[in-house]
Design a binder for this molecule. Structure first.
Ligand SMILES: Nc1ncnc2c1ncn2[C@@H]1O[C@H](COP(=O)(O)OP(=O)(O)OP(=O)(O)O)[C@@H](O)[C@H]1O
Length: 457
């Protein structure tokens, strides 16, 4: 009993001395905290904390994995990494939760505010109850396609390895695809200083607003719809899922308008590839590869380039732009792409990836294009856009004058259009001359009659 009592007392006395020690420590800590708060300015305090953070994160990082997601998958070929683009669009949607700083602005020709990750601040995303840390960082100039920050680091605990690969990254990509599909504005990309620059495709053309013969319109829409529906068929028969269109016809017959209508219909972005700005095969390959999936690559006035111009017509391209004429001649001929390069990259483009690919060539002179470019398999459908005839005029009357259905002058105008060759662009201009529809149509009748008369003279 005596021993028991002694033990209890001794353990009590040791507990009490522990308690005293704890109380003294707590008091000391409180005094220290007060002293620190009063003596050290907050900026210095947060600096010390951040340094300690870095120090300890080194030990923590042992169980962490960091994935590097670069903007270009292959910087030499310029192949784009879609996961980077996905992160770029996905992360700003976390604005309310984790961002303290975000780049925001409105670009020229765009209607909406744009948000982008631009600082090296960390962003924490939560998925299925797990936290993932993203950081945008700087790479080398080549790696960064000329811009400052060009890769994301995605950090997570190694226990989440499978989840990241099987579910989290697919979730980011899927969210990006949905955002793209929901995005109402179709983008047009132009090549400036060797990089693609995006702006909204503000061209309002749709298939409804196009003045084309109803049969041709239906044929084009059916072809596009069939193409979109046939992914599995293309796969089954081992054909790359692609389509090439050649639009040819005189200036002002609606080639550019048709491209805009196709892009607006498909919700595909447009990449306007100007051949005169391409200085080598590798530059061409890079430009084509950097175009994203589900897009339309457009090469306008394809006959205006000496490489794509038919070899048999040795009088040279019909449309001598400054840049073309600059590049003519043996000295500068090396500073260009080659026709075989263009054919190869087009074929390569077709076979890369499983996504929809559309390439459109336009020309005012189909006969001047190298036939190798036009064979089926490269240009699947040749669409002739021509002068305004018959019922197609009704579309312009509806677009410009709001005349739907019957008007006493329509029949006379249709008759005159059969006799003269006038482009939709010229007629559209006539229809904008007067406010009142009747006055406008009357003036158009006179205009067409004069054209007809001068044709006869
Ligand atoms: N088929 C059409 N339907 C409706 N509008 C048209 C059509 N063709 C031309 N237009 C009108 O004329 C303008 C010029 O047409 P567009 O630029 O599409 O012709 P284009 O054939 O591409 O000419 P170019 O060969 O000179 O580039 C358009 O903005 C549009 O207003």
């Amino acid at each position: 009993m005596g021993l028991y009592t002694r033990n209890v007392f001794s353990s009590f006395s040791s507990a009490s001395s522990w308690f005293e020690l704890y109380a003294a420590f707590s008091t000391l800590m409180m005094l220290l905290r007060t002293a620190i708060n009063e003596l050290i300015p907050p900026q210095v305090r947060s600096f010390i904390v951040s340094k300690l953070d870095v120090l300890f994160s080194k030990y923590q990082a042992k169980s962490n994995i960091t994935l590097r997601i670069t903007q270009l998958w292959d910087e030499f070929n310029g192949e784009r990494n879609e996961l980077f683009d996905a992160a770029q669009e996905y992360l700003p949607t976390k604005i309310s939760h984790t961002f303290k700083s975000l780049k925001v602005g409105r670009l020229q020709n765009e209607k909406h505010l744009e948000f982008a990750v631009d600082t090296s601040e960390k962003v924490v995303d939560e998925f299925e109850g797990t936290k993932f840390t993203w950081k945008l960082d700087e790479g080398s100039k080549d790696e960064c396609n000329g811009y400052g920050r060009c890769f994301f680091e995605l950090t997570f605990n190694e226990k989440q390895r499978e989840m990241v690969l099987d579910r989290y990254i697919p979730h980011v990509l899927k969210t990006y695809d949905t955002m793209k599909a929901q995005r109402r504005e179709v983008k047009i990309y132009s090549r400036i200083n060797n990089y693609w620059n995006a702006s909204d495709l503000s061209h309002p053309a749709t298939f409804d607003s196009l003045a084309l013969s109803p049969e041709l319109k239906k044929e084009i829409i059916d072809d596009l719809a069939r193409f979109l529906e046939r992914k599995e068929l293309y796969k089954k028969v081992g054909k790359p899922w692609k389509r090439g269109y050649l639009l040819y016809g005189p200036p002002g017959t609606g080639k550019s308008s048709l491209i805009a209508a196709m892009a607006n219909y498909l919700k595909f972005d447009v990449y306007d590839l100007e051949l005169s700005a391409i200085y080598s095969d590798s530059n061409l390959k890079r430009s084509m590869k950097e175009a994203s999936n589900r897009s339309i690559i457009v090469i306008e006035d394809v006959d205006c380039n000496k490489e794509t111009h038919a070899r048999s017509k040795l009088n040279g391209p019909s449309c001598n732009t400054d840049s073309d004429s600059d590049r003519e001649g043996p000295e500068t001929s090396t500073k260009s792409f080659t026709l075989s390069g263009l054919l190869n990259y087009m074929d390569g483009l077709w076979s890369s990836g499983g996504e929809e690919r559309i390439v459109i060539f336009t020309t005012n002179h189909r006969e001047k294009i190298d036939p190798a470019l036009l064979r089926p398999g490269r240009m699947d459908m040749h669409i002739h856009l021509s002068f305004l005839k018959g019922k197609a005029f009704h579309v312009l009357a509806s677009n410009y004058l709001d005349i739907k259905g019957y008007h006493p002058l329509l029949e006379q105008i249709e008759g005159l259009l059969e006799k003269v060759d006038v482009t939709p662009a010229v007629v559209a201009e006539q229809l904008m001359r007067y406010e009142k529809p009747d006055v406008c149509l009357e003036a158009l009748v006179q205009f067409l009659k004069e054209m007809d008369k001068s044709n006869l003279e």
